[in-house]
Write a protein of this length. Structure first.
Length: 306
């Protein structure tokens, strides 16, 4: 059984996350399009970094989708995968370590680069997981991660909640609490990363109907793992009502599903990195650079002053 660090909040059932991935492993290749698309975007972002990384950690590697593209990069000597699911890890290639993203087994300074493709949004203690990743990096090592944001599958969640209320009079927890774009940069800084950069993309996918979308999520291993969810299966009548009510149909009758992807970039601290100037250490006035006048705090700008 997967154990959370002592004192960490328990938002997600990590054993359920593992079981969902185990169940999806055999047919994951038929449902891995989102992981491939986001993985490609992560690798493309490395093209913007003029650095070589000898030892690379692929955190939450699933079936090893990123192993080949990462290993093919100039300077890479070793790509180590970690995966919570033994069934996924068995298909991921070697070396791979069966490990929880919340309890990493690596010594400080083990890697030059950490890449994580859609694993961190299932962690109970995201700041703690990020801090462990920062410690696992060598000084001036790079973290490049992608996680699902809070706007993911908003239409599906709303349809399921409305359907369950109508069918049963109540609604089980379906919204995963995740960091939003505004908070993610602060979480990187809190974890000790320097030069943090956070941005988000929206990926839209069309399906024949909502049932096909839900089957795809099951095939990805990305179904509900909120700790407070009821253990009973969702009624078929709820699923049918939600599918019938799903909004935003395309002209051809297909539905649209939106995935918000948050990208996080941060560097392990190193003396060579640029540092912000100390307050009061500027050698030139902003007003001079802008060709304007300078006024003291509280000074009123009278007629003719701009």
């Amino acid at each position: 059984m997967t154990r959370a660090p002592e004192g960490a909040p328990r938002v997600f059932d990590r054993d359920a996350v593992r079981r969902h991935r185990d169940r999806a492993a055999d047919r994951f290749d038929s449902h891995d399009f989102l992981f491939r698309e986001i993985g490609d975007r992560l690798v493309e972002r490395l093209d913007e970094v003029n650095r070589r990384f000898a030892r690379v950690l692929d955190l939450g590697c699933r079936t090893g989708l990123l192993r080949a593209p990462l290993a093919a990069r100039a300077g890479v000597e070793t790509v180590v995968g970690t995966e919570l699911s033994p069934a996924m890890a068995a298909r991921a290639g070697r070396p791979v370590v069966i490990a929880d993203e919340e309890l990493l087994p690596f010594a400080p300074g083990s890697f030059d680069l950490v890449v994580s493709n859609l694993a961190l949004h299932w962690t109970n203690d995201l700041p703690g997981a990020l801090a462990q990743l920062r410690r696992a990096l060598r000084p001036d090592g790079l973290l490049l991660a992608a996680m699902l944001g809070g706007n993911t599958l908003a239409d599906l969640r709303a349809a399921l909640i409305d359907a369950e209320l109508a069918e049963t009079g109540g609604a089980r927890p379906r919204v995963s609490p995740v960091a939003d774009v505004r908070d993610a940069g602060m979480l990187l800084q809190r974890a000790g990363f320097e030069l943090p950069v956070v941005d988000a993309d929206a990926i839209w996918v069309t399906y024949p109907d909502a049932m096909a979308l839900m089957r795809d999520l099951r095939g990805m291993g990305e179904t509900n793992a909120v700790a407070e969810r009821p253990r009973a299966l969702t009624r078929r009548s709820v699923l049918a009502r939600a599918a019938a009510a799903y909004p935003a149909r395309e002209a051809d009758g297909r539905i649209r599903a939106g995935f918000q992807v948050i990208f996080l970039t941060g560097w392990a601290p190193h003396a060579s990195q640029p540092k912000p100037l100390r307050p009061g250490s500027a050698t030139a006035r902003l007003a001079d650079a802008l060709g304007g006048a300078e006024y003291g705090a509280g000074e009123k700008i009278g007629p003719g002053k701009r």
